[in-house]
Design a protein around this ligand. Structure first.
Ligand code: IMP
Length: 427
């Protein structure tokens, strides 16, 4: 086996960072394939905490090649800041390749992100304000600036000039300050010079690694329900965080994907707007938020809390071909008397087992729950499934049964040693 994909099965923040970090140790190559610095995860390495937003988690090991794939939108300023943060922490050998086909996130994208959100008034998506949507819009409109343009300073200047001239007209219309092309160019030229050494045709590079049988880990950002195509549109991000997105966004054949790990919390969370069927807000939700430290890594926003939803998990399984589940933050559910699991929805009096396309219908879905008794034993030191309290085992077995996906990994705490692997991902 050589290609393993890690995807989020919910609305992001499932703890993918921990799993990717864990698997990155065994991988020869770690690849980000979509999104940009809207993502974020915290990695604890040699007792130091690092917040990574763009760079894959294999960066701490000099022998691991880290790739930013063609499907990403890259903010060069944020990338340089991340590289500097690593450098200041003593990580000097950076084994990084940036796709020459990836797109840039530039200052006008972040201004537009906020402007578009403000114009939506009561209908905001609740974006991370990192310019992700506008950068992907430019890509689709064929006015995006790619990394290959960025490192050719004449091309970059001309394209930047065209786009700033174009967007300044919009900024003027809405009373925003206009950007000066020479100022932006002066700043970004420095970033271009600094990243040039990492720019490659990563599609060719990655195919070579796979042909040689190297172990490749594809690190998804966000979650399946935030997918532009298969998520709860319009309350989604602007890329596809599914396993189906990997070949397109990295330039490899789908045949190279051997294993898809669906990462899920033992409950659910969501940041930003959009209906969330199993959401609840009471003392238990507050407890989960506090114990699970459910605040956004990128924006610091408190996350919305809900029970685990197996309609969502089955949907994610279908769109990504999930081969094993990784259930995270199980310890956060300790000391809750009754745990609920959503098994289906009721829509207009009818029981359904899918997520409707229309947001109007999604908002009418009433979750149908089963209830299981909780546990109050400390599970944070558990190292084996069979050592878990019986009620914890029953809870995991029920999720396994309702999703039809085997449990590959479960996690009982933030430390690497609290990650219990039931199925080896790289043979
Ligand atoms: P955008 O990706 O900034 O355009 O935001 C679109 C939606 O995706 C918003 O609801 C964000 O809160 C959500 N989102 C984007 N990135 C993440 C993430 O890494 N974790 C959780 N939610 C995210």
């Amino acid at each position: 086996m050589s290609g393993v994909v890690v995807v989020g099965t919910q609305w992001g923040d499932e703890g993918k960072g921990k799993i990717t970090d864990f698997l990155a140790e065994k991988a020869d190559v770690v690849v980000r394939f979509q999104g940009g610095n809207n993502a974020g995860h915290t990695i604890v390495f040699e007792n130091k905490k690092f917040a990574l937003h763009l760079i894959p988690s294999g960066i701490f090991r000099k022998e691991t090649l880290n790739i930013l794939g063609n499907g990403m939108v890259i903010n060069p300023k944020a990338l340089i800041e991340e590289l500097e943060m690593l450098n200041n922490a003593g990580i000097k050998e950076i084994n990084l390749a940036i796709s020459d086909r990836a797109h840039l996130v530039l200052p006008y994208h972040t201004i537009l992100d906020k402007l578009y959100e403000d114009l939506k008034e009561g209908k905001k998506v609740g974006t991370t304000n990192k310019g992700i949507g506008p950068a992907y819009s430019d890509k689709a409109s064929r006015i995006g600036i790619r990394i290959c343009d960025f490192v050719d300073l004449d091309v970059f200047y001309n394209k930047l000039n065209d786009n700033i001239t174009y967007y300044n007209k919009i900024f003027k219309l809405f009373g925003k300050s206009e950007l000066r092309v020479n100022e932006v160019f002066k700043e970004y030229k420095e970033y271009s010079i600094r990243i040039k050494t990492y720019v490659k045709d990563t599609g060719i590079l990655l195919n070579k690694e796979l042909d040689e049988g190297k172990k490749v880990l594809f690190e998804g950002a966000q979650g399946s329900l935030l997918c532009l195509d298969h998520g709860t549109y319009p309350y989604v991000t602007s890329s596809s965080p599914t396993a189906a997105s990997v070949p397109l966004n990295t330039g490899i054949s789908p045949m190279f994907i051997d294993e898809v790990i669906g990462v899920t919390k033992a409950y659910s969370t969501r940041v930003g707007e959009g209906y969330f069927a199993t959401e609840f807000e009471d003392e238990i939700a507050k407890r989960i938020r506090d114990v699970g430290n459910e605040y956004g890594t990128t924006t610091g926003r408190p996350r919305r809390i809900g029970w685990i939803d197996t309609v969502v998990l089955r949907h994610s399984k279908r769109v990504s071909g999930i081969t094993s589940l990784s259930i995270m933050l199980l310890d956060v559910l300790t000391n809750i008397d009754i745990l609920k699991i959503c098994v289906a929805y009721k829509l207009d009096g009818e029981i359904i087992d899918y997520i409707p396309a229309s947001i109007k219908d999604v908002e009418k879905c009433i979750p149908i729950y089963i209830e299981l008794p909780g546990w109050d034993e400390d599970i944070t030191k558990t190292t084996k499934f069979s050592d878990l309290p019986l009620n914890t085992q029953r809870y995991l077995n029920k999720i396994n049964e309702l999703t039809g996906v085997d449990l590959g990994i479960f996690s009982v705490g933030p430390d690497r040693t609290q990650t219990i692997v039931l199925k080896e991902m790289y043979k």
